[in-house]
Design a protein around this ligand. Structure first.
Ligand SMILES: [Ca+2]
Length: 231
């Protein structure tokens, strides 16, 4: 296991700003259904499974299958539902984000955890961001692993979450954002929730945010793994 110190520092700094942005609460959401609260999934183990090319809300499955699950099975990060990116096989979802300003930098934030119904695993999520409709061809902007060894007491009834923040730039007014599991075949994988995209604030706004954001940022634990080969 190789720790990426630069990645951690960068992630922390981005987290300071992003939490501050979120704290303002004044920005319109660019990501639709980022909390996966619709449609309502059945209250059963595995929830509702969606397969390649099927959609739920603004999200579409681009590989494998995923499970939309309710928190009575898998306590989620926010709201009542989240997504297990391993349905019956490693899956992935994408959303085309519109209304972006070309050249503008944004902070993408999200939370990941692990479905450990069949035992502890260290699931991995790849994040893609780019122009075009061929999701497999989009650049991978980050690979993130949730480690059981860092989450004592984690279970499907007491889930521990990692929050991540990544800076992305809009090169078109509509960009595709995709998440994909690279965990082994199986019905338990990385669980995703709380996906948000916020414009990077102007420098004057950063000054006004003050130290509260710093306090919030250091409370979050995160791991940034640049390449799948590092894990
Ligand atoms: Ca949610």
């Amino acid at each position: 296991m190789q720790h990426d110190r630069y990645g951690k520092i960068q992630s922390l700094c981005l987290g300071v700003v992003a939490w501050g942005v979120l704290a303002t609460g004044a920005l319109a959401a660019l990501i639709s259904n980022g909390g996966f609260e619709t449609p309502t999934a059945p209250s059963t183990i595995g929830g509702k499974t969606y397969y390649q090319n099927q959609s739920f809300g603004e999200w579409t499955v681009w590989k494998g299958s995923i499970d939309l699950v309710r928190d009575d099975f898998t306590p989620d990060f926010d709201g009542f539902q989240s997504v297990d990116l391993n349905g019956y096989a490693p899956g992935g979802i994408y959303q085309d984000v519109s209304g972006l300003v070309v050249g503008q930098e944004y902070y993408l934030s999200f939370a990941i955890s692990a479905n450990v119904f069949y035992g502890l695993i260290d699931p991995v999520v790849q994040v893609r961001w780019g122009e075009g409709t061929s999701t497999e061809q989009l650049p991978v902007i980050g690979t993130f692993q949730w480690l059981a060894s860092e989450h004592s007491g984690h279970s499907n009834s007491s889930m521990k979450w990692d929050t991540h923040v990544v800076a992305v730039t809009a090169t078109a007014s509509t960009m595709r954002l995709a998440f994909g599991s690279t965990s082994p075949d199986g019905v338990c994988g990385p669980v995703l929730d709380g996906v948000k995209l916020e414009p990077v604030p102007e420098p004057s706004s950063l000054v006004a945010l003050g130290g509260t954001a710093v306090g919030l940022a250091v409370l979050s634990r995160r791991r940034f793994v640049r390449r799948r080969s590092d894990v």
